[in-house]
Design a protein around this ligand. Structure first.
Ligand code: DGL
Length: 266
């Protein structure tokens, strides 16, 4: 048994979709979350900047003594997972990409689309990781750079978002006949409704959720699940935007939590 919290972070509110899945699978676990809302999006930033921001956040989260850290951001996983594991070898640090890739390969997918930020697609981490496990798999990748800023601005359930998705994806779906699609950004489960109704029949893989399956297995294996923890979930943000507060209230209504502004610097 281990009642310490599980720490999550993302460039903004996307990683809250991972926390939602944690609450669904392991309601007894407590959470600390950092959303770097002042510096979102990460997807258009350079690898060095992404690593620097991710390191600042993880240094802060480690000061709260978590039992595990989940990088609830594909972009930060792409560019910072290895260096963060080197920096904190004694804390289990999970990225969202490995669990998703393992699930897609174990399901026997043959033709796989990947949508993600520019930085994640630029790293080709999904293509490389999928082909490392199954060299015959076909991978089609696409960046959707306007989606994260629109989600952060609260445009999720709007016509503007639907048109944005179509602008990027209509030709991509038409020209590449994939059957499965990885939502390679933790903001994208929030637009999954648009994708499902625009492109019915494509099976979606959700990186926000897959990481929680592996987190649960690891906690069970190491006997580290929480029991009757009296901690309160805490959501920190580098800018308390109205939308971050509204989204937290919406996703976690009925649970006990606190939200706080925390600024990080070098
Ligand atoms: N949720 C982050 C991801 O999974 C968004 C990155 C961004 O801020 O552009 O990649």
């Amino acid at each position: 048994m281990d009642n310490r919290p599980i720490a999550f972070f993302d460039s903004g509110l996307g990683g809250l979709t991972s926390v939602q899945e944690l609450h669904r699978q392991l309601p007894g676990e407590k959470v600390i979350y950092y959303g770097d809302t002042a510096r979102t999006p990460y997807g258009s930033k350079s690898p060095d900047t992404i690593r620097r921001f991710a390191t600042q956040i993880v240094d802060y989260l480690v000061s709260k003594n978590p039992k595990m850290i989940i990088i609830a951001c594909n972009t930060a996983t792409s560019w910072a997972l290895d260096s963060l594991r080197e920096r904190y070898p004694d804390i289990p640090i999970l990225g969202v990409i490995g669990p998703t890739v393992r699930k897609v390969v174990s399901d026997g997918c043959r033709k796989v689309g990947v949508i993600a930020t520019k930085a994640t697609i630029g790293s080709d981490i999904y293509g490389r990781s999928l082909k490392a496990l199954d060299p015959s798999i076909e991978v089609y990748s696409l960046a959707l750079p306007a989606v994260v800023p629109l989600v952060e601005e609260g445009f999720t359930d709007t016509k503007i978002m639907e048109l944005t998705v179509r602008h990027y994806m209509d030709d991509f779906v038409k020209d590449n006949d994939f059957e499965d699609l990885i939502l390679g950004c933790t903001h994208y489960p929030l637009i999954a409704g648009h994708i499902r109704s625009l492109y019915p029949g494509i099976r979606l893989y959700n990186s926000s959720a897959e990481v929680i399956n592996e987190a649960r297995e690891l906690l069970e294996e190491r006997d580290m699940l929480a029991e009757n923890s009296e901690l309160t979930d805490r959501y920190y943000a580098s800018d308390l935007s109205d939308n971050f507060i509204a989204m937290t209230d919406l996703l976690f209504a009925g649970t006990d939590f606190k939200i706080k502004f925390v600024k990080l610097e070098d």
